[in-house]
Design a protein around this ligand. Structure first.
Ligand code: GLY
Ligand code: MN
Ligand code: MN
Length: 432
């Protein structure tokens, strides 16, 4: 695999270079300088939060932990990578990996946090607020010019073969974690131990995950971004929802699985199967030309069918969707673009950079694009029993079967999520 990967990485860099140069010619810049960023200590403390380098920097250079570093892409000479490598006996000094991509750049190892000298005709892309913290004066150039930034974001929307290889490998590694998490749940472990089993099997430390793993048992499965890990197992085990990822060379997997606990009502088991089937039916529709907003609306029709077929709603599919019943059972979007960021850039813009906001009724949808080959998206239908969203419906005459809803409340909810590349004639599911 590594020979193919390195060949693909070189082609990826070659393509990025020519795309950046076209943009420099179009918008009249001499160079584009990408700042990787840096972590700042907690207030009043000397300890640092976890750092991850800026997405546009990682788009070129697979060094997710490179702080205070710059990649300057020139119109007329090789790109220069200024990699921060302090003389530091407290930490292991930065070393360049022995990989072929390093030959594509002129590389300077910098012992100080250093800003390259840039001319006025440079577009500087990165976090200017953090840059100001360690520089008396900002470098010359234009900071984050909007039109160019949108065009660079758009380059990240369409993945190269290299990026798809990375996303597939991230998925493979994450799935080993998901299998271990499921086994730990079967062994009656608590949330924290399931998280530790996930991290061990997916071979990563917690500071390297692409997003905080969501490991929720029982009602926690209905907290969309549940952020804690209980340290003791509950006496009853109804459900486990694991939404957990893995990075590979900066690229993120974002996979969710929901598992049945021994104490769940039988209906919950059939609902889990129904939601896996919904996921697969939605994925089967992925192809170039598909409008993601329309597919999100189809998810709501699918959810209405599930509610009706399982006796949770005794009205029509149209009523369930029109009256917001399906939105109360699933308040998030169908999915999003995936790349070096788990919620990748440019999802709410057109290909030419115009705003394409989420529809008013679906404000949490993060992708409103028409699909094209090379996009990588998540498909993550959910069905939850969230008291805050369902309670207001109890005072209506909507034909919801509250007896069943109350039986399912302790299960929290269901989400299943795969990562899919759009191909020339369909899709390629990257999730094993
Ligand atoms: N893990 C966050 C999400 O699925 O979007
Ligand atoms: Mn997701
Ligand atoms: Mn997820």
């Amino acid at each position: 695999m590594s020979e193919t990967l390195h060949r693909q990485h070189k082609a990826h860099i070659d393509n990025l270079l020519s795309a950046y140069r076209s943009l420099m010619a179009q918008y009249d810049y001499d160079s584009i300088a990408l700042y990787s960023g840096h972590a700042s200590p907690h207030y009043g403390d000397d300890q640092m939060p976890n750092f991850q380098a800026f997405g546009h920097f990682v788009h070129w250079v697979p060094l997710v932990e490179a702080e205070h570093s710059w990649l300057v892409v020139h119109r007329d000479k090789r790109p220069t990578l200024y990699l921060y490598a302090p003389n530091d006996f407290w930490h292991l000094p930065t070393v360049l990996p022995e990989e072929p991509w390093v030959a594509e750049f002129d590389i300077q190892l910098c012992t100080d946090a250093f800003t390259p000298s840039l001319n006025d005709n440079t577009a500087i892309i990165g976090n200017m607020a953090t840059l100001r913290e360690c520089e008396d004066a900002l470098p010359n150039g234009q900071a984050n010019p909007e039109t160019l930034t949108h065009a660079l974001d758009e380059l990240r929307m369409i993945k190269s073969d290299y990026e798809i290889t990375c996303l597939r490998e991230a998925n493979r590694l994450a799935m080993a974690g998901h299998e271990a998490a499921h086994a730990a749940f079967a062994g009656a472990c608590c949330e924290l131990d399931i998280q530790l089993a996930y991290l061990a099997a997916s071979r990563q430390r917690e500071s390297h995950v692409p997003y905080a793993n969501i490991i929720g048992m029982n009602q926690h499965a209905g907290v969309l971004h549940y952020q804690h890990y209980d340290t003791s197992a509950p006496t009853k085990r109804y459900s486990l929802l694991v939404d957990a990822g893995r990075r590979f060379r900066g690229y993120s997997a974002d996979i969710t699985r929901t598992h049945l606990g021994p104490d769940a009502p039988a209906l919950f088991e059939t609902l889990i199967s129904a939601m896996y089937a919904v996921k697969d039916r939605l994925i089967a529709q992925l192809a170039p030309g598909v409008d993601f907003v329309a597919l999100h609306e189809k998810m709501h029709h699918e959810l209405a069918e599930v509610l009706i077929d399982h006796g949770l709603f005794r009205g029509s599919r149209e009523t369930a969707v029109a009256e917001g019943v399906t939105r109360a059972f699933c308040p998030h979007g169908l999915g999003h673009s995936l790349g070096v960021q788990v919620h990748d850039v440019a999802g709410l813009r057109t290909a030419s950079g115009e705003p394409a906001p989420a529809p008013e009724k679906h404000p949490a949808l993060r992708l409103t694009r028409t699909l094209t080959p090379g996009m990588v998206v998540t498909i993550e239908p959910g069905l939850y029993f969230i008291p805050m969203l369902l309670t207001p419906l109890r005072n209506t005459d909507l034909p919801i079967n509250w007896t069943l809803v109350d039986q399912l409340m302790p299960c929290g909810g269901i989400r299943v999520e795969d990562n899919i590349a759009i191909t020339l004639d369909g899709f390629d599911n990257l999730t094993p």
